[in-house]
Ligand binder design. Structure first.
Ligand SMILES: Cc1cc2nc3c(=O)[nH]c(=O)nc-3n(C[C@H](O)[C@H](O)[C@H](O)COP(=O)(O)OP(=O)(O)OC[C@H]3O[C@@H](n4cnc5c(N)ncnc54)[C@H](O)[C@@H]3O)c2cc1C
Length: 414
């Protein structure tokens, strides 16, 4: 694979960009792989990448029913932060955030990581208590976050209205090194690096059945034929229950639509990410100038990838009362993705009742930020059978009552 560099861009400019290679190959599937990953979203591709990079396992196929990055990875609002309450969460999310810091260099692909700062507004006394508790927990975990008052909120985000019609802004939890990255680029960068290591990324290929023998996984049936494997990773977000059903077990998880929208582009107005969880909306400005707006999940389970209309109204209302200048903007696009939500709002990176089959799911509304860390940890779990980062995230914690309650950090916030 040719490396991208300033020199390469200059050279290609002189020869009408005729020398760029395809970023990844599109091979036909082989009959057998050491590892098959189902799902070419960020988590699946990152898992494949770290299997190769950290453990030298490269006889890997990543199988995708649509196009790579076309699931939630290409539909999210790209917030990256690690200000979670519980120790296992802080460990994996901070591992992820710190990998993002150097991901562009690691992949030789610009993922446009922008650590512009993430602010979660407190608009009730309950939220003040919750966020101060998180700030103290983060201090113990070595995750730099701080509680800031309303004066500082206005200073770092001048377009905010502190005295909105329903809830005043009473302060916020601020993570200065949180931010955003370009979601497609994260998927594309990992895909390019996986392909370069000799892995096969097979798109337009749906897994329709999981083959087992004597309680052990032996392969999958797909729309491009049967493929054998020694180990299988199911990393399909909102489709995880469907996949588990194919293997004959159930997951403690629900699938719901979560939606987002963007405005017409405007001049730079805001250089941080703000989440207003009480009124239920959040906002950042993309590099193109569009205001990127996210809301809540639908109140019922579905697989529509659309999102219901009343949520658009609720989200826009929340944002207008927090940022009144938005009322004059036109909205350009709206879309939805199917998120995989667990009861304690924490993910599962887990072995399953099928030997050799692993699942990575339950990231719900907040898994984009976790892609590098989750891939790192999942690769270790699949290669070695255990990982300190995944120990607490087994699917059996729901049976054992060992919940990792992140309802403050992840219930509404993304
Ligand atoms: C509107 C919205 C906003 C969000 N905002 C944020 C945010 O700001 N910050 C944040 O951290 N997170 C956010 N998220 C959550 C984040 O997008 C997800 O947690 C993350 O992208 C999940 O990545 P993934 O790789 O697990 O899943 P996906 O990217 O969904 O990839 C799974 C892939 O599996 C494929 N697949 C499914 N079934 C099969 C099958 N049978 N065979 C083959 N392939 C299959 C799918 O086609 C899909 O491409 C948001 C999500 C949405 C929808």
């Amino acid at each position: 694979m040719k490396r991208y560099s300033a020199f390469a861009i200059a050279r290609e400019a002189f020869r009408h960009h005729s020398g760029w290679e395809r970023a990844w190959r599109s091979p036909a599937p082989k009959s057998k792989y050491d590892v098959i990953i189902i799902g070419a979203g960020g988590h699946g591709l990152a898992t494949a990448y770290y299997l190769g990079k950290n453990f030298g396992i490269t006889n890997v196929a990543v199988i995708e029913k649509g196009w790579l990055g076309g699931g939630n990875t290409g539909r999210n609002t790209t917030i990256i932060r690690s200000n979670y309450l519980q120790d296992p969460s802080a460990a994996i999310y901070e591992k992820s955030r710190s990998l993002y810091e150097t991901l562009s260099q690691d992949l030789n692909y610009n993922v446009m990581f922008s650590p512009r700062g993430v602010l979660m507004l407190a608009q009730t006394q309950h939220e003040i208590r919750g966020y101060k508790r998180t700030a103290h927990a983060n201090a113990l975990q070595g995750v730099p976050t701080e509680w800031i008052g309303p004066g500082r909120v206005k200073e770092i985000c001048p377009i905010i209205e502190l005295n909105g019609p329903r809830y005043p802004v009473l302060g916020g939890l601020f993570q200065e090194r949180g931010g955003t990255a370009r979601h497609d680029a994260v998927a594309w960068g990992y895909a390019r690096a996986c392909s370069d290591m000799g892995m096969d990324i097979i798109q337009q290929c749906e897994v329709t059945n999981i083959r087992t023998s004597g309680g052990k996984v032996v392969g999958v049936d797909t729309t491009k034929g049967a493929i054998e494997c020694d180990k299988l990773g199911g990393i399909v977000a909102g489709n995880s229950s469907v996949l588990a059903d194919m293997a004959g077990f159930r997951l403690p998880m629900e699938s719901v639509a979560l939606q987002a929208l963007v405005s017409e582009p405007i001049k730079p107005a805001m250089d941080i990410v703000v989440m207003a969880n009480t009124v239920h909306g959040y906002l950042s400005q993309s590099d193109k100038g569009e205001m990127v707006i996210g809301g809540g999940t639908d109140g019922y389970n579905n697989y529509t990838q659309r999102g219901s209309f009343h949520h658009i109204e609720e989200t826009v209302r929340a944002l207008i009362e927090t940022f009144p200048m938005l009322s004059r903007l036109k909205m350009l696009r709206q879309w939805g993705g199917i998120v995989d939500v667990t009861g304690d709002r924490s993910p599962m990176l887990t072995k399953t009742p099928i030997e050799g089959m692993f699942m990575n799911c339950g990231w719900g509304t907040g898994g984009f930020k976790a892609i590098p860390g989750s891939g790192w940890a999942m690769a270790e779990l699949m290669a070695k059978g255990e990982s300190p980062l995944t120990d607490e995230f087994s699917m059996w914690r729901f049976k054992e009552g060992k919940f990792i309650d992140e309802s403050v950090a992840a219930g509404v916030a993304h």
